[in-house]
Design a binder for this molecule. Structure first.
Ligand SMILES: Cc1cc2nc3c(=O)[nH]c(=O)nc-3n(C[C@H](O)[C@H](O)[C@H](O)COP(=O)(O)O)c2cc1C
Length: 427
């Protein structure tokens, strides 16, 4: 490749994916503290968890002075469970980002099957992120039934119209890049035809997950189409990231040069231990104890939802360790820092966060079903007319994601109730 190679221009507020080793989009596992930790350990860019367009539409942008985050929130029907909590706390966070620490290294991944709603949603976050990525790879029925995710691989014209609309109406005015994440198709010819079409939409980047839609996460990624995808992208001037079974920065560097791609994306390896992004000279992969402590600190700092923190710790602490069982029994950040022996350093902070999140000793008494019903009715009466969330409009982050249940139900269920295979989702 020469320096005169074609390159789709990278907009002023956007970012070039070339030469980058990045954190993959992960519903539930890619929330704010996970991304901050990946960046701390050297990830060059981070993708947020897929968030559906209809979930974002209708949210309000808040700057949170305590956590220094930007929160996109909407009023939660969950608030009706306990009318004693104030209006602020009834707002549920649909998307949280940290401008100071994520800066222009965050890519927002959107779930969509429609150019208009994609544009409407993307416009809301565009000023706060470095790029918008369209998920065209999720094989789960909750995505494909709505025509989203991997279903878009079967409707390439629709996918192209979504990308073109985003490029024109969101990318250009905000001066950020638009990209897409796909899976390989059954044959090299099919994949080539698809990638060629996608590259003509004005996108700046394309990630290829080297598995076909029916493949399960445990099946080894197939790399025999990768060189071709890299060539098609290079020809069009679009940056190409590879994804699938990349375990560390060192491995990524080797694969990038072996297959001629521009960068690599890591998911499951980083979910368990985000220090996989660290170079060998900087220390390489860190012991779980070190990473878990950093994670707890970060989760407290950004007031991460307790259920999500506990779920992630379940991925990061090896199941055979006594700390795993002890962690699983905790019900608040204060409990957690006690059992993990961080009390002295983080005890005060943990208590403050518990108070703000209404958990542990600050948890409000639960209402009976009848009381909940009455409160919901009352809240309904008081509420101004607002958009009714549809099934597709329910945000699939955190506990709601793979479980395919409404966030309010998911929120009440601890990670212990999460099926073991939930994180084995190959989206
Ligand atoms: C818990 C979890 C959640 C995921 N969520 C998303 C998602 O929101 N969007 C997406 O495009 N892919 C998602 N994926 C797929 C990953 O981004 C990635 O393509 C896949 O895991 C393969 O990479 P790996 O072999 O490094 O794990 C998810 C994967 C996991 C394990």
């Amino acid at each position: 490749m020469t320096s005169t190679a074609k390159k789709v221009p990278i907009p002023r507020n956007g970012v070039d994916y070339r030469g980058k080793i990045v954190l993959a989009p992960m519903v539930r596992s890619g929330e704010c503290p996970s991304r901050l930790l990946a960046l701390k350990y050297g990830a060059d860019l981070v993708w947020g968890p897929e968030t559906i367009d209809k979930a974002l539409i209708g949210t309000t942008r808040h700057e949170n002075p305590t956590t220094k985050t930007v929160d996109f929130t909407r009023q939660s029907s969950n608030g009706a469970k306990n009318p004693a909590i104030n209006a602020d706390q009834r707002e549920s966070v649909i998307y949280r980002l940290h401008p100071e620490r994520e800066g222009r290294r965050l890519i927002y991944q959107i779930g969509t099957s429609n150019p208009e709603t994609a544009v409407e949603a993307a416009k809301l976050v565009a000023p706060d992120v470095a790029g918008i990525d369209v998920n065209a790879g999720c094989p789960k029925p909750f995505s494909t039934i709505g025509g989203m995710g991997a279903a878009l691989l079967k409707t390439p014209d629709k996918l192209c119209s979504i990308l073109s609309a985003l490029v024109k109406e969101v990318g250009e005015p905000n001066e950020i890049g638009i990209s897409v994440k796909i899976r390989i198709l059954e044959t090299e010819e099919e994949t080539k035809a698809l990638v060629t079409k996608l590259c003509a939409t004005g996108i700046t980047g394309l990630t290829v997950h080297c598995r076909t839609t029916p493949m399960r996460p445990r099946e080894r990624a197939i790399r025999d189409q990768l060189r071709m995808v890299a060539d098609v992208c290079r020809e069009a001037g679009v940056a190409c990231l590879m994804n699938g079974d990349v375990a560390s920065r060192e491995e990524a560097v080797g694969l990038i040069s072996e297959y001629g791609v521009d960068g690599a994306m890591i998911a499951t390896a980083a979910e368990t231990n985000p220090s996989v992004f660290r170079t060998k000279p900087e220390g390489g992969k860190a012991p779980w104890e070190e990473v878990v402590k950093e994670y707890v600190k970060t989760a407290i700092e950004v007031e991460n939802r307790w259920g999500n923190t506990k779920y992630l710790l379940g991925q990061m602490i090896p199941g055979k360790q006594p700390a795993y069982k002890a962690m699983m029994a905790t019900k608040s950040y204060s409990d957690l820092v006690k059992v993990l022996d961080y009390q002295e350093e983080f005890g005060e902070m943990a208590k403050d966060v518990d108070k703000r999140l209404d958990i542990g000793e600050f948890e409000k008494p639960k209402l009976t079903k009848a009381e909940r019903k009455a409160a919901a009715k009352q809240a309904e009466k008081e509420k101004e007319p607002q958009r009714t969330p549809t099934a597709a409009g329910i945000k699939r982050t955190a506990d709601a994601a793979e479980l395919d249940m409404p966030p309010d139900v998911a929120r009440d269920r601890g990670p212990a109730s999460v099926p073991e295979q939930a994180s084995a989702l190959a989206v």
